[in-house]
Structures are given as C-alpha cells and as structure tokens.
Design a protein around this ligand. Structure first.
Ligand SMILES: Cc1cc2nc3c(=O)[nH]c(=O)nc-3n(C[C@H](O)[C@H](O)[C@H](O)COP(=O)(O)O)c2cc1C
Length: 317
C-alpha cells in the first residue's frame, strides 16, 4: 500500500515536503503543487525553483505537476522538468477555481473530451517521462468524467488520481463514493483514491470499500494531522512526542518564512494559513486560532503559539 501527499498550493512547497518527511514520515511520494503552463517564452527558471533537486528535493520522491491545455506549452514545460531528472509528470485536470476552469483548464477541461484527446495525442508523442493524471468526477457531473475516463483508457497513463467531487462542488459537500467507484471501475489504469481522508477510521472505511485499491492520496487530512500517514503505516507516537514534533515542525516553518518574508504582517498571515490546518488537532475549539487570526506582530503571535505548546496541552485525535 502506498500513500501520497496531495499537492496543496502555497503549503506543500519543497521546504515543507522535506521537513514533513524528516519529522513525520509515512508518505511514499510527494506531489508538488501545479505550475501553470503558458507560452514557452514565459517559462522562466523561477517557476521551476521549487523542483530543483538541490532545493530540498534530493532525498524524497517528488512528482511535479503541470496545469494547462496547450500541448505545445505543456511539452516545453515538461521537457524542462524532465531535464531536471524527473521521470513522471502529473497533469492537473481537477483544479476547481473559476479563473482556471473558464479557460478550459483544470476541471474546466473535463467538459471537452475532444480537447483532452488532442492534448494526449500530442503530449504522449514525447516518451521521455511518464504521464499521470489527477482529475475530478467532472466539472458539472459524472457524465463528463465518464467520457474522459474512456479517452484516458486509450493512452498509457501511469496513474489516475480521482478526487470524488465535481469541479463546481469545489470543496463543499461530501466526496461521492459511488461516483468514484463508477469512474475507477471504468478505468483500465492504476487508480489512486483521493478525497476526505481525515482520520484513521475514515481511511479504513475507504480501504474496506475498495479492497483492490492500494494507493491513497491524502491532502488536508495529512496537513491537519501529520501523524495520520505514519499511523496508517502502523507507527504511533505518544502525546508528548506529538507535541514535541509539532513544535519542531511549527518552529521550522516559522523560521523558514521569517527568512524569506518581509515584515511581521506577511509572516503572521502565512502562519495563519499553516494554522488553518494545524489548529484542528491542537486547538479543536478554535480558542487559540481566533487569537492567531488577530495577531499582526510576531511577539503577539508567538505568545499564542507558546500557549498552544504548553506541555499541559493535548493532541486531540
Ligand atoms: C488550498 C488548496 C490548494 C490545492 N492545490 C492543489 C494543486 O496545486 N494541485 C492539485 O492537483 N490539487 C490541489 N489541491 C487539491 C488537493 O490536492 C486534493 O485533491 C484535495 O484537497 C482533496 O483531497 P483531501 O480531501 O485529502 O484534501 C489543493 C487543495 C487545496 C485545499
């Protein structure tokens, strides 16, 4: 059984992935957040900085991801990535945001099977890397996803990750397990399950429902509870160890951003994003998170963080 960390734009950058591996482990492969493809002249080296092997990417398995619908642009970006030493590139056809979908990209492309076909026809002429795909059920409904899965069946796709929501759902409502089952059973490709694995029990339920699936991608659940992947792999930590590891994780993320962001406000805002996830198990009633949201100065912010990590505090599963 393999566990994959889902890409989360703004969070799971190289530094975070590496730190996650060092402190928590449990993840087999880390998917990097998407890079949007555009005209080849815009393919500035800065776009690929997060993937550079020497920038914290040497010791863990990373799959880079591209978002786009133009095969020529995609091939150009993919060739840069493959020259960096990556053997697999993931195509994002799941992003649900309107700014993306209205350009027929992300889950917006799921309405256009012909564009998907033309794209694959052209992109797969280049076989210097494997292509995997991350999709949703459809933009509007599963009928769209069914057409796309039938097309994907005609091509050598390495893994097909399915997040069981439609694009228009964004992150609302529940994952539609029946629709996930419909799409996954139609596909001839290796399926990676994705969506709403937040707890060990939740994971077990999914695993029981789909005994033939042995690859699972976890996003928000692994950011909220970084001990979840290792727990799934059978490794448990005491409350004391968990608090110690979380403090180390927090302090490392904080110091990383302190060095690259200018001013207290930017740093506090970035750390609010971090606590959106981390507060779930350290501060379940949100008492401290409320104070973090109000903090604009590092001193005030660190006061709250120190209270959270007070040894009397508990990690709540
Ligand atoms: C803030 C945010 C950013 C995301 N960025 C990406 C991304 O760059 N690429 C991608 O394929 N999915 C992205 N996702 C989707 C996740 O990878 C994942 O598919 C989704 O959160 C469902 O899985 P989960 O319920 O385990 O979190 C993002 C999700 C969130 C909430």
């Amino acid at each position: 059984m393999k566990l994959f960390l889902a890409p989360i734009q703004g969070m799971t950058i190289a530094f975070y992935r590496n730190l996650y591996e060092e402190i928590f482990g449990g993840i087999d492969t880390y998917y990097a957040p998407f890079i949007s493809t555009s005209h080849h002249k815009s393919a500035s080296p800065i776009l690929f900085k997060d993937l550079k092997k020497e920038n914290n990417n040497e010791n863990i398995e990373i799959i880079p991801q591209l978002l786009g619908n133009n095969p020529e642009d995609f091939k150009h970006y993919a060739s840069i990535i493959s020259d960096m030493g990556y053997k697999e590139i993931n195509w994002n056809i799941g992003c649900p945001y309107a700014t993306v979908t209205k350009k027929k990209k992300g889950s917006g492309i799921l309405q256009y099977p012909d564009i998907v076909k033309e794209f694959l026809e052209e992109v797969l002429k280049d076989n210097s890397y494997d292509l995997s795909v991350k999709m949703r059920l459809g933009l509007n409904d599963i009928e769209e996803g069914i057409e796309i899965v039938k097309i994907l069946n005609d091509y050598p796709i390495k893994n097909l990750i399915i997040h069981g929501r439609t694009g228009i759902q964004k992150y609302k409502g529940n994952v539609n397990i029946d629709s996930f089952e419909t799409l996954s059973s139609l596909s001839i490709h290796d399926i990676i399950y994705n969506g709403d694995i937040f707890t060990f029990d939740g994971f077990e339920k999914i695993q029981k429902r789909f005994p033939s699936i042995d690859k699972f991608m976890i996003g928000r659940g692994a950011l909220r509870d970084p001990f979840l992947p290792s727990r799934i792999k059978g490794i448990e930590f005491s409350n004391e160890e968990k608090l110690k590891k979380m403090k180390l994780f927090h302090d490392s993320v904080y110091n990383h951003y302190k060095n690259i962001l200018s001013g207290d406000k930017h740093l506090c805002d970035k750390m609010k994003e971090f606590w959106t996830y981390t507060s779930v198990h350290l501060d379940p009633n949100g008492k401290f998170f409320k104070k973090i949201k109000k903090a604009h100065k590092c001193d005030a912010y660190m006061d709250v963080v120190n209270q959270i990590f007070d040894s009397s505090n508990e990690w709540i599963d």
